[in-house]
Design a protein. Structure first.
Length: 138
């Protein structure tokens, strides 16, 4: 895991037109889990404060950016239960290996990976932090 700090001059490239920024209680733990479950690669992080929270972690998952931070209720950013969205991984022929890795890491299966009515293989999981992930492939 890269431990690039804020004082590093070169910032990593933000990949993707829409970048999810997840507020998660335990952003550092989530980043480690995403490395194990989804092959994430950490490219930047703000240092943790004295309570173990961080304001920013930048990951690449499947060549796209995703960013994480801990809640800071004292600054008007309380922790809330994730709802109303699904993070979708478009994986093509690699869908089975990605699915197996995520299952091995301990995600909860919500929709088994199987052929959907539109022709793709599709499945959904929930990570230990409450976020839903869809896997789409051939």
């Amino acid at each position: 895991m890269s431990q690039m700090q804020a004082d590093t001059l070169e910032m990593p490239q933000v990949k993707g037109g829409v970048v999810p920024y997840l507020m998660v209680d335990g952003a550092s733990r989530a980043a480690r889990f995403y490395e194990e479950a989804f092959g994430a690669r950490e490219v930047f992080r703000q240092p943790e404060d004295d309570q173990g929270r961080t304001m920013h972690i930048h990951l690449y998952i499947h060549e796209a950016s995703i960013m994480l931070c801990d809640p800071y209720p004292e600054y008007g950013q309380p922790a809330v239960t994730p709802q109303g969205f699904t993070l979708t991984l478009t994986l093509g022929e690699e869908v089975d290996s990605w699915w197996a890795r995520a299952i091995g890491a301990g995600v909860e299966v919500l929709v088994p990976l199987e052929k959907a009515f539109w022709g793709d293989r599709y499945g959904e999981v929930r990570d230990p932090f409450g976020f839903r992930w869809a896997f789409v492939g051939k």
